[in-house]
Design a protein. Structure first.
Length: 233
């Protein structure tokens, strides 16, 4: 593809649109992961988490041909994202070994953001790589254009979550929906799902409903336990 040709700019616009459309999931997971970080470190967690996620996305794009040959990859990524959606909805208790999954620390937030983006980025990378027609430069430019959108969107969503905590459940539902999409797009399950259309509906229902119900039930139990501690003897 000739540099700065009509085909080049057409492909670039397509990639930027894809990145911006897919940036919503990224902004949500970054905001949820950063919400428990101390306020002075929140902005830094968002910026460095986004940067780390972009690096991972670039590396995944480089090896996209190899990724296409890995069986059950989307299934594994989808299951990982289900767990992350749940852990973001139900922060771990202080002092527990998995407490960094709740992103209560700067490095915990960084790890959650990068792992979640890597899981979500599997099918995203395939879409971008297809639109790039083998041009790595186009992929880089598209990602760089989308970075400020992700950072701004994450900051905005974080402010909304602080004001309306119920949005945490909305964010978790979006991540669960993404996970369900990845599970239903797994090539190794394509034949089975084509023969059993209701199975796709069942995947979305069980994943989204399961994450939200489990998160609500655990949070409710924690709240009741916390209230009981203050009851007089």
């Amino acid at each position: 593809m000739e540099l700065f040709s009509a085909q080049f700019f057409s492909a670039l616009i397509t990639i930027i649109i894809i990145d911006l459309v897919l940036a919503g999931d990224n902004a949500i997971v970054i905001a949820l992961a950063a919400r428990n970080v101390s306020r002075p470190l929140q902005k830094r967690a968002i910026i460095w988490g986004t940067a780390g996620a972009i690096v991972v996305r670039v590396l995944m794009t480089v090896v996209v041909v190899w990724l296409l040959q890995v069986p059950w990859l989307l299934l594994a990524g989808g299951l990982l994202l289900v767990w992350i959606a749940y852990r973001l909805l139900v922060p771990a208790e202080e002092g527990r070994k998995d407490s960094d999954h709740a992103a209560g620390s700067f490095w915990g937030a960084m790890k959650t953001i990068i792992i979640a983006d890597a899981a979500m980025g599997l099918d995203n990378v395939l879409a971008v790589a297809g639109a790039a027609h083998g041009s790595f430069l186009l992929v880089i430019i598209g990602l760089l254009v989308s970075v400020p959108i992700v950072v701004w969107g994450s900051t905005l969503i974080l402010k909304w979550i602080e004001r309306y905590p119920v949005l945490i459940y909305v964010g978790a539902a979006v991540l669960a929906w993404t996970a369900a999409k990845m599970l239903s797009d797994e090539p190794m399950l394509e034949e089975f799902l084509n023969q059993h259309k209701l199975a796709v509906w069942a995947i979305y229902t069980l994943v989204i409903g399961g994450v939200l119900y489990a998160g609500y039930a655990v949070n409710k139990r924690k709240k009741q336990a916390g209230s009981a501690m203050w009851l007089p003897d």
